[in-house]
Design a protein around this ligand. Structure first.
Ligand code: MN
Length: 231
C-alpha cells in the first residue's frame, strides 16, 4: 500500500525509566472536576462529569528536565492555564467499572489544558461547541509519563502550578469531584477506551491568563515536573 502523501507520524510521550515511548490514541478531557474551580466558573460542583476532546497532535511533549516552548495561539487575548493530572490508559475497554479501573491505567503525567478563555466563553454564550477555545494547535502540553508502580499514591498527591515562580493553582488530587476510577467508568460508558488514550482529569481553582515571556511549572507529587515557556 502507498499513500498520496506521507501520513502524520505517531504522536508519542516519553516514559520514565525506559526508552520505549507511549503512543497516543486520543486525548479526553474532563470539565469542572474540582469543586472550587466549578464554583469559580459559576457552577455548583455537583454536576455529572462531562467530556471534551483535543486532537492528538495538539500535544506539546516536554522531556524531563527540559523547558518546552508554547507558541502564543492566534485569535485570543485571554490564554488560560489549567494544570491537570493526566491518566494514561494502557489497556482499553467498554463499560469499565470503577472497581476495575486501576487495571487499565498505565501511568500518569502532568499536563496543561491550555484554553482560549475568551473564545470558550463566547461559544458557551452561544451554545456552540468549545473546540475553538479548547482544541487548538499546541493546546495540550504534557510531561513524561510515570508508570503506576513508580508513581506512588497519586490519589493523595498535591497538584500545583507556578507562573514565573509564583503559585497560581494548588490543590490535592483527592479533591477531584469524580476520581480517576469514576471518570474511567463514565468515560468508558460513552466511548470504548483504547490503549494510548490520555485523560486530562480536570483543573483545580486559580485558572488565569498567561502572556508571552511567562514560564509555567506544573507539578504533581511523584511525577516529572512539566516546565514550558510561552513565546
Ligand atoms: Mn481542563
Amino acid at each position: 500500500m502507498h499513500y498520496v502523501f506521507n501520513p502524520a507520524p505517531t504522536v508519542s510521550v516519553p516514559i520514565v525509566g525506559t526508552t520505549a515511548r507511549f503512543p497516543v490514541h486520543r486525548i479526553y478531557c474532563v470539565g469542572r472536576n474540582y469543586e472550587e474551580h466549578a464554583k469559580e466558573m459559576g457552577f455548583t460542583g455537583r454536576e455529572p462529569p462531562f467530556f471534551f476532546l483535543k486532537p492528538t497532535d495538539a500535544l506539546v511533549v516536554v522531556n524531563a528536565g527540559a523547558t518546552g516552548t508554547l507558541p502564543y495561539p492566534s485569535l485570543t487575548q485571554n490564554l488560560h492555564h489549567e494544570i491537570e493530572l493526566v491518566v494514561a490508559i494502557g489497556s482499553g475497554g467498554k463499560n469499565i467499572k470503577a472497581a476495575d479501573a486501576h487495571k487499565h491505567i498505565f501511568g500518569y503525567a502532568v499536563g496543561l489544558d491550555m484554553t482560549r478563555r475568551d473564545l470558550q466563553n463566547e461559544m458557551k454564550k452561544q451554545g456552540r461547541p468549545w473546540c475553538i477555545g479548547k482544541a487548538f494547535d499546541q493546546s495540550a502540553p504534557i510531561g513524561p509519563i510515570t508508570p503506576t508502580a513508580a508513581a506512588g499514591d497519586i490519589a493523595t498527591a498535591e497538584i500545583d502550578l507556578q507562573v514565573n515562580g509564583q503559585e497560581r493553582q494548588h490543590s490535592q488530587v483527592s479533591k477531584l469531584i469524580w476520581n480517576m476510577a469514576e471518570t474511567i467508568e463514565h468515560l468508558s460508558a460513552a466511548w470504548e477506551l483504547q490503549p494510548g488514550d490520555l485523560i486530562y482529569t480536570g483543573t483545580p481553582a486559580g485558572v488565569a491568563a498567561v502572556v508571552p515571556g511567562d514560564t509555567l511549572r506544573g507539578s504533581v507529587t511523584g511525577l516529572e515536573t512539566l516546565q514550558i515557556a510561552v513565546k
